[in-house]
Ligand binder design. Sequence first.
Ligand SMILES: Nc1nc(=O)c2c([nH]1)NC[C@@H]1CN(c3ccc(C(=O)N[C@@H](CCC(=O)O)C(=O)O)cc3)C=[N+]21
Length: 294
Amino acid sequence: MAEILDGLKVSKEIKAEIKVEVDKILESKRRAPHLVAILVGNNGASKAYVNSKVKDCEEVGFQSSLIKFPSTVSESELLEKIDELNKSKAVDGFIVQLPLPDQIDQEKIINAIDPRKDVDGFHPENFGKMALEMDTFLPATPFGILTLLERYNIETKGKDCVIIGRSKIVGRPMSILMGRKDFPGNSTVTLTHSYTKDIEEYTRKADIVITALGDPHFLKGDMIKEGAVIIDVGITRVDNDSPKGYYLAGDVDFDSCAAKAGWITPVPGGVGPMTRAMLMKNTIIAYKTSVYND
Ligand SMILES: Nc1nc(=O)c2c([nH]1)NC[C@@H]1CN(c3ccc(C(=O)N[C@@H](CCC(=O)O)C(=O)O)cc3)C=[N+]21
């Protein structure tokens, strides 16, 4: 039976470490780090994530602000707000909750965020720095996965790592990060996607499988080898019929994989809470490297 990679436990440890840093900042009579979230529209998944972020900020002692726009907001109005936040001396980091409505060009929005305040790590400058091992901000979910591997001392050097899914915010950065020279990295990476034939040919040989494809229970126990490390990013999908307005599902068939894997992350309680904790981490990094606060 697999050992659990407990994202909830580790995320609490990370947030407690950040709280100690914030207490020191407050003792030195400086203002607390300030994280802003812009929410466009009000789909259940985004609302839940943004609300949990406000709670996380309270837990670590950050100031947090939530700016809401109706789903009909114009791109220019949103860009104006971003420009204001970029310039504000009182804001250290901000995120624009994705996805955005069709009338808004998502890439234009991401490019408009000052890379020094881009605590999501989505801006091309931050992605480039991540690829070149010149890190400022790593994208929160990949950062969370690396931190889980690190905290549990999972060996990655020389290991075969298969990633399923090549999204810009998880699969693609993960495929770079796992092949980097620093720990946890040095893996031999295979990035699989919707055009990959017979994915199980790859996953059955893999020491580490990272699933970020948004296909509930895709990875079954007969697709992995004994002792493999299974990292399940899972999916939060808007579902207006369900009570919370969204549903949460793992990409991994947990029971059949847990029976064979050496380590496995649960959904919920694995990568999700780590994503949130690393957003707090990126915010205090932005605060400490900020050119805006004295
Ligand atoms: N600019 C932007 N940055 C994001 O990072 C971003 C985003 N937009 N849009 C939406 C997705 C989704 N996302 C989640 C992160 C953590 C949980 C999470 O904490 N999940 C808990 C479950 C929470 C529950 O019970 O509902 C878990 O997996 O244990 C969920 C979803 C970040 N996102």
